[in-house]
Design a protein. Structure first.
Length: 329
């Protein structure tokens, strides 16, 4: 009888061994987090992405962040959608790519919401940032960090822009976006939609007089070779955002979530410092290449385009627009 009982127990234990092994494997396994970005090796954002990965991986919390640049895991839209299918866990995208999922991010498509980095930073660290985090959570994402990408400003080959009157009649290349077109036309210029790939030649041949770009992009594309004046009109702020699949984030332990959030906070500071240093270097390089750079009083520009903001309240949401206005200096 005892022998029979022993045989039964042995059979049961043998049957449970795979379950024990499976449980041990899952308990000791590392969670791989694929981080998708569209930028190339030269972009400061990639340095920030890798900085985040290094911080998380060094914490020895059972997490392995793997960074994939150059759109290896898809476009911005594909990466965001990949969070639902499980092909991507983390991605960095522009605010424009997120406004499909969370309309509050359309805030950054409006002119002169912010005109200085101090305004932006205060807003993102305050009420505006809180509203944006909540909006993406409702869309299935966990917001990790805001990346700085600078302000868009106008450059041209004819004269410096010190007032709106200086823009009268200038043909300025813009992306084919209704708000962008209306903004540039309101400032007095002639908004001219044109493919980005055609811009250098169009500037050289005089098809357009100028365009609007952040300083880093202007320098990278060598537009200083075919233009002369860069006026810091700061009419749009380019915000990029790092988000994570909320489903994946919620599946992590509290300790792992803390590692992710701590690394994200440090990475945001790292990226902002990196981008500010790069902008200063680029402005010096542009001057060395012969460009004339000027700052200007933007109050009249902001006032002139305020009606564009007002008529797009429904698109963005009154709550975030009201919050943003609290940070205007």
């Amino acid at each position: 009888m005892k022998k029979g009982i022993g045989i039964v127990l042995l059979i049961v234990l043998v049957g449970l061994l795979p379950l024990f092994a499976q449980g041990a494997s899952e308990a000791g396994s590392t969670v791989v987090l694929k981080f998708s970005d569209q930028v190339n090796e030269d972009n400061p954002h990639l340095k920030a992405d890798r900085h985040f990965a290094e911080l998380v991986n060094a914490a020895d919390a059972g997490l392995d962040v793997q960074v994939f640049p150059n759109s290896q895991l898809g476009t911005a839209r594909e990466s965001l959608e990949g969070m639902s299918s499980g092909t991507v866990e983390i991605t960095k995208v522009s605010a424009g790519a997120l406004n499909v999922f969370a309309p509050e991010f359309s805030l950054f498509s409006l002119p002169y919401i912010f005109v200085s980095k101090d305004e932006v930073k205060s807003a993102l660290e305050g009420k505006v940032g809180d509203i944006l985090r909540k909006s993406v959570q409702e869309a299935g994402f966990e917001l990790l960090a805001f990346y700085d990408t600078g302000f868009r400003s106008i450059f041209n080959g004819k004269k410096p822009v010190n007032s709106m009157a200086d823009l009268n009649g200038l043909k300025i290349r813009v992306i084919n976006d209704p708000i962008m077109i209306e903004t540039v036309n309101t400032l007095g210029a002639i908004a001219t939609p044109l493919a980005y790939s055609e811009l250098y030649t169009a500037l050289r041949q005089g098809v357009v007089d100028g365009a609007e770009q952040p300083a880093v992009a202007l320098y990278a594309q060598k537009f200083y070779e075919v233009s002369k004046y860069y006026s810091l009109t700061n009419h749009f702020y380019d915000c990029n955002v790092v988000v994570m699949s909320k489903r994946v984030y919620d599946s992590l332990t509290p300790a792992q979530q803390k590692v992710i959030k701590d690394a994200a906070t440090k990475t945001q500071d790292f990226e902002w410092n990196l981008w500010n240093e790069l902008e200063e270097e680029v402005l010096d390089d542009l001057r060395a290449e012969g460009m004339v750079i000027n700052e200007l009083d933007l109050s009249s520009f902001r006032d002139a385009t305020s009606f564009i903001v007002d008529k797009n309240v429904d698109m963005v949401g009154a709550e975030i627009l009201e919050a943003a206005r609290e940070y205007i200096q």
